[in-house]
Design a protein around this ligand. Structure first.
Ligand SMILES: Cc1cc2nc3c(=O)[nH]c(=O)nc-3n(C[C@H](O)[C@H](O)[C@H](O)COP(=O)(O)OP(=O)(O)OC[C@H]3O[C@@H](n4cnc5c(N)ncnc54)[C@H](O)[C@@H]3O)c2cc1C
Ligand SMILES: *[C@@H]1O[C@H](CO)[C@@H](O)[C@H](O)[C@H]1NC(C)=O
Ligand SMILES: *[C@@H]1O[C@H](CO)[C@@H](O)[C@H](O)[C@H]1NC(C)=O
Ligand SMILES: *[C@@H]1O[C@H](CO)[C@@H](O)[C@H](O)[C@H]1NC(C)=O
Ligand SMILES: *[C@@H]1O[C@H](CO)[C@@H](O)[C@H](O)[C@H]1NC(C)=O
Length: 543
């Protein structure tokens, strides 16, 4: 069914010069009928239809019960998961974080066509039942891709992976995760700029930015999207690229879930064979050398060989003590390339680096991680790259960790990831992204903290722990003149406001684009979860 062309044709039939994207008298029922959504199949829905018609305020059936029932009636029970079923329990348990798993939607809808996504948005508008969109489930806080009492729209069946005939791009559905995406592309000798850990979802990572093994060469994942297919608030299915709806194309590169539901990512593909990479763990007596190497790589040498990537995390590990967990990757099948010479000479207590496929590296990097079942939090801030602050942040972190010794199942790490000159250059592709990072002010680094634990009763202690470290290091950075506003959305906690960190101009531009494509502010009001364009952090209480 080509509803996209139908709707586009009708909307532009008048050929108006400056016609609004959505008519002021936009008729939701009419749009549903254009989707061939038979509103008569669920009698309760007709009450909402008629209510709109009469403009009256009669008492209506329960919105979400009606919305769920109508999706089931029209699209079939195999696409709908109801509360109280084993399928529902399994769906909930599959969230990466337990905070998200404990949010209970009225139902889960699993569309397999963009038009079904479109109808869901329209049904939500008609009934005012709120919704959330779930991709790979890896957003950590409650409500980011889950919704209490509403509809969780699971993208899992929109999972195409289709390489274009010229092999320059690949269509990747939002139901995909990175390891399987890489595996499918390896059959063609190709890769894309995407996530580094196997189970993470394509949509959340790309829409929020997307730090990759290839970023020093090509920029972030969002900088390597040729086009988005997106369902807008009025149910239109449109393509946004550098020439079609270019403002929306810009907004989707960092703007998260605020502009529509993406039903396809057309990603730039490139030839890629085997690579090299893995993890080296260094003991505390090597920290000075490790930090020197991180700094030199981020500040200078990364520009001399952009095939190289690194992330270093510091953590206290039982039996090992304080360690530096170094992830080194190289886009060619070359072991311990000269670019890593500063790391190569440091004696490691373990080393699993080897020549492997990209998918194998993504799976390896996830090894030992819990994919479900734990409390989770991530927190990040960005600073100008500086050698001194590395010492300050590790000292602050390791001094605070013992205070959590009684937290059951605790894991906590603090990571340094440089935003190098190469990344900042890549971010200028296609007119630049929405993140607002200024190349002339770089290089920067992200200080990212992650923690997992067992009991909800420890939540607030963990949040306070990470917030305190953040504030302490931020104060130090301010005193040294190396502070920077940017907060990376995909690593941000519910107590942070990453979109505000993109800068006032970008925020205003994003809001204007939102008003243009979504005058009813459907993606702000009816999809309340995640990071929104206004209103501050998702959770406004004190951490
Ligand atoms: C173990 C782990 C490893 C990670 N590694 C990396 C990494 O290497 N690089 C990096 O940059 N980040 C990384 N991240 C962060 C990651 O980018 C975010 O967690 C991201 O939100 C995950 O996306 P998802 O689709 O899995 O999550 P979800 O929780 O399903 O979705 C995240 C957000 O995207 C929205 N969304 C989902 N699908 C759509 C859609 N189709 N249209 C519109 N909005 C949608 C959701 O509503 C939600 O707000 C990692 C996170 C974890 C937990
Ligand atoms: C909206 O469209 C439906 C279906 O075409 C129609 O019955 C209804 O009268 C319209 N509502 C308004 C307010 O125009
Ligand atoms: C945008 O998409 C349209 C339709 O697919 C295509 O014709 C056009 O070439 C694309 N523009 C760019 C810059 O890729
Ligand atoms: C960082 O890199 C720049 C440019 O390459 C160089 O001039 C500068 O000396 C480096 N800073 C330090 C502290 O090494
Ligand atoms: C916000 O955070 C507080 C403090 O941890 C917590 O008690 C509360 O449940 C959170 N609110 C929401 C809506 O998640």
């Amino acid at each position: 069914m080509k509803v996209s062309s139908l709707l586009t044709a009708s909307a532009f039939a008048a050929g108006a010069v400056a016609q609004a994207f959505e008519d002021v008298d936009f008729n939701v029922t009419e749009a549903l009928l254009q989707n061939h959504f038979d509103v008569t199949l669920a009698p309760e829905l007709l009450e909402f239809v008629n209510n709109g018609q009469l403009g009256s305020k009669r008492s209506l059936p329960e919105p979400c019960a009606t919305a769920c029932k109508s999706l089931k009636a029209v699209y079939g029970s195999s696409k709908l998961i109801s509360q109280g079923t084993t399928e529902y329990t399994a769906f909930q348990a599959a969230y990466w974080s337990n905070q998200q798993a404990s949010v209970s939607p009225r139902c889960v809808f699993k569309p397999s066509e963009p038009i079904e996504v479109s109808s869901t948005v329209l049904i939500s508008r008609l009934t005012q039942c709120p919704f959330a969109v779930r991709g790979g489930t890896h957003a950590s806080f409650a409500g980011a891709s889950s919704i209490e009492g509403g509809i969780t729209l699971s993208m899992e069946n929109l999972n195409q992976i289709k390489v274009s005939s010229d092999k320059k791009t690949v269509d990747v559905g939002p139901g995909n995760r990175w390891a399987s995406t890489y595996q499918a592309l390896e059959n063609h000798g190709l890769a894309v700029v995407g996530g580094r850990m196997s189970p993470v979802g394509v949509p959340g990572l790309v829409l929020g930015g997307g730090f990759s093994f290839f970023s020093n060469k090509l920029g972030w994942a969002c900088d390597n999207v040729a086009a988005f297919e997106v369902v807008t608030a009025s149910g239109r299915i449109i393509t946004a690229n550098a020439t079609l709806f270019p403002d929306l194309y810009w907004a989707l590169r960092g703007g998260g879930n605020n502009f529509g539901i993406v039903t396809n990512f057309k990603l730039y593909a490139f030839e890629q064979g085997k690579m090299w990479g893995g993890q080296r763990i260094y003991a505390e007596n090597q920290f000075e050398k490790v930090k020197d190497a991180i700094f030199k790589f981020g500040n200078e040498t990364s520009s001399t060989d952009t095939d190289a990537a690194q992330i270093v995390s510091f953590a206290a590990i039982p039996r090992l003590g304080n360690v530096a967990i170094t992830q080194l990757h190289y886009a060619k099948p070359v072991a311990s390339a000269p670019i890593f010479s500063d790391f190569n000479v440091i004696p490691a207590i373990s080393d699993n680096t080897d020549v492997r496929l990209l998918s194998e590296l993504a799976i390896l990097m996830n090894e030992g991680s819990h994919d479900t079942g734990l409390r989770q939090v991530m927190w990040d801030v960005t600073f100008k790259l500086d050698r001194g602050i590395f010492d300050f942040l590790t000292a602050t972190f390791f001094a605070a960790v013992p205070s959590l010794s009684d937290v059951e199942g605790l894991f906590a790490a603090i990571s340094i990831q440089a935003i190098t000159e190469g990344q900042l250059t890549g971010m200028q592709r296609n007119g630049g992204n929405a993140l607002g990072l200024k190349p002339e002010k770089g290089p920067f680094f992200i200080m990212n903290m992650g923690s997992s634990w067992t009991n909800p009763t420890d939540d607030s202690r963990l949040y306070k722990f990470l917030n305190d470290i953040t504030e302490t290091v931020k104060a130090y950075a301010k005193s040294k003149g190396i502070d920077n506003d940017f907060v990376y959305l995909n690593y941000a906690s519910e107590f942070q406001d990453p979109i505000a960190s993109y800068g006032a101009d970008n925020v205003e531009r994003l809001r204007a684009i939102s008003r243009k494509y979504d005058p009813g502010q459907v993606f702000q009001r009816l999809q309340p979860g995640g990071f929104k364009l206004s209103g501050g952090p998702p959770n406004q209480s004190e951490p």
